[in-house]
Design a protein around this ligand. Structure first.
Ligand code: NAG
Ligand code: NAG
Length: 136
């Protein structure tokens, strides 16, 4: 019975924001610092990124199972090593690359910088949550 199985997940979360998937290497640029300042100047990470608060925000989620570590039939639990990938659009985090030395992507770390979806597996069993932000 799949619906009654508790899943123990050690997750590696991939934060993936849908600005632009191009990777540009820009180091220590003043414009990049300015871009972060401008993006976050009037930004609240508590506010959902929707123009109309009555509207839902679509977050797509993918689970990449890397390994099945244990299967405990008695307690109806499996332990897996998985990557979670969330994709959503935050309209506030937009800019014109021409204004910022053609920078097309930025990274954020930490939950108190930008809004992030609060997604939990309903019947999860978490013994130890290891979150790792990985580079693509
Ligand atoms: C932030 O909001 C203030 C007041 O509305 C505005 O003057 C300023 O230009 C905004 N800053 C950015 C970077 O959007
Ligand atoms: C950004 O790209 C535009 C168009 O490709 C180019 O004209 C401009 O020189 C570039 N600017 C920088 C700072 O690389």
């Amino acid at each position: 019975m799949v619906s009654s199985i508790n899943i123990l997940i050690s997750v590696s979360v991939l934060y993936f924001l849908s600005f632009n998937n191009q990777v540009s290497v820009v180091e220590g640029s003043k414009r990049e610092a300015q871009l972060y300042r401008d993006l976050l100047a009037n930004y609240s990470y508590l506010v959902r990124p929707v123009r109309n608060p009555k509207k839902a925000l679509t977050v797509t989620m993918k689970v990449f199972i890397q390994q099945v570590l244990t299967v405990d039939a008695k307690h109806q639990m499996i332990e897996v090593n998985a990557w979670l990938k969330y994709v959503w659009t935050d309209f506030r985090l937009r800019w014109n690359p021409l204004d910022y030395e053609n920078i097309t992507s930025v990274r954020f770390y930490g939950e108190d910088q930008i809004w992030q979806p609060d997604i939990l597996l309903y019947n999860r069993y978490i013994e130890e949550l290891r979150i790792q932000i990985l580079d693509f």
